[in-house]
Design a protein around this ligand. Structure first.
Ligand code: SAM
Ligand code: SF4
Ligand code: FES
Length: 348
């Protein structure tokens, strides 16, 4: 694709938030050295829609038990080498309260699919809401619809459930025993009952192509996502995809920039996975359309045990260290940490 054609497509995306599958595919397949204009227009759109504020979401990794066997993930059930842990209710609440003291306005409760009792999650939501007022995002995998409803009624604001890859055959190959339809139905249901929904993908999973990533973006538009995230695939030695190739920074940035242009109102995180494969990865994403960072606040004694992928950053840091580090990164870009909860821009 020549520079003239790239400019035409980027301008169209910037002005109308519309591109068809072939056009998205062509941009994703183009060399990043030809795509300065794409990144620049995504940054401009981010500035117009979100301004210079960056929302922080504090992640508590509350359990590394998982009943699923996703082909790429170190927490998969069949990884017998991983030492598992599950935080007690009180510990989760205390960690959330500490995050609120550090100034966080949102807490993300994340875990493997370990069937943490739904009633206890409800109590945790109630207690965090009552004592901190923080926005609460749940990222507990697929649960039954009654549990989603119970937690929404208890005050949970958002649900984060990545669709991971829009190709049904690859989705079902990499998620044995799971169903693509159920994933998508869960997201739709969550939206219907009032959650702000976050989804997204793993970039460069083996077999993933620019065409599939174009479908990922079109599906994300259809789902009217409130947040869309993309992190590069990082192979883990105790998984079936151990010989896969690490995803690239370039493809992640292209996807991030197109996410901003095609879903202008979405919140877009600069992901930890991108920060893991490139020391400057989160900075680069923040300059390509991203407006959110999700620092870890889990006690450091658990961090190495939540090993989704190897060499994950921040495993030796404490919550206060990450808060300070991320504040420095954001300030170095001339941006600032938001003082509000950063609810969906679609509802404002
Ligand atoms: N169990 C929940 C779920 O699957 O939705 C939440 C926790 S799961 C560890 C969070 C995310 O980690 C997944 O959505 C997936 O995109 C990401 N992930 C897992 N393994 C990965 C890997 N090897 N490389 C990059 N991202 C990975
Ligand atoms: Fe479990 Fe989530 Fe990892 Fe899949 S991605 S194995 S559901 S923790
Ligand atoms: Fe954890 Fe930088 S965000 S050390």
């Amino acid at each position: 694709m020549n520079q003239f054609e790239i400019k035409r497509l980027v301008d169209q995306a910037y002005e109308k938030a519309v591109l068809d599958k072939e056009e998205i595919t062509a941009l994703l397949a183009a060399d990043i050295s030809d795509l300065d204009y794409l990144l620049q227009k995504a940054d401009q759109k981010r500035e117009e829609i979100c301004g210079d504020e960056v929302h922080l979401r504090a992640i508590i990794e509350l359990s590394s038990y998982c009943k699923q066997n996703c082909y790429y993930c170190g927490l998969r059930k069949e990884n017998e080498k991983l030492e598992r842990y599950q935080l007690e209710k009180e510990e989760i609440i205390k960690t959330a309260q500490m995050a609120a003291e550090l100034g966080y306005q949102t807490v993300v409760l994340q875990s493997g699919e370990d069937e943490y009792p739904a009633a206890e999650i409800t109590e945790i939501i109630n207690e965090i809401k009552n004592t901190t007022g923080m926005a609460i995002t749940l990222s507990l995998g697929e649960r039954d619809f009654a549990a989603y409803k119970l937690w929404r009624e208890a005050g949970a604001d958002r649900y984060l459930l990545k669709h991971e890859i829009a190709d049904r055959a690859l989705y079902e190959k990499y998620h044995p025993g799971m169903s693509f339809d159920n994933r998508i139905e869960s997201l739709k249901y969550l939206k219907t009952i009032g959650y702000q929904i976050g989804s997204g993908v793993i970039i460069d999973l083996p077999g993933q192509t620019p065409e599939i990533m174009a479908e990922d973006l079109l599906l994300s538009q259809d789902l009217e996502l409130d947040m869309i995230g993309s992190g590069p695939f990082i192979p883990h030695q105790q998984t079936p995809l151990k010989n896969g190739k690490t995803g690239t920074v370039e493809m992640t940035l292209k996807f991030t920039a197109l996410s901003r242009l095609l879903l202008p109102l979405a919140h877009i995180p600069a992901t930890t996975a991108l920060g893991t494969i490139d020391d400057e990865g989160r900075q680069k994403a923040l300059l390509a359309g991203a407006n959110v960072v999700m620092p870890n606040v889990t006690d450091s004694k658990y961090r190495t045990k939540y090993q989704i992928y190897p060499e994950k950053i921040c495993v030796n840091e404490e919550a206060g260290d990450c808060r300070q580090c991320i504040g420095g990164i954001i300030a170095s870009l001339g941006r600032f940490v938001s003082q509000d909860k950063g609810h969906s821009l679609r509802q404002n």
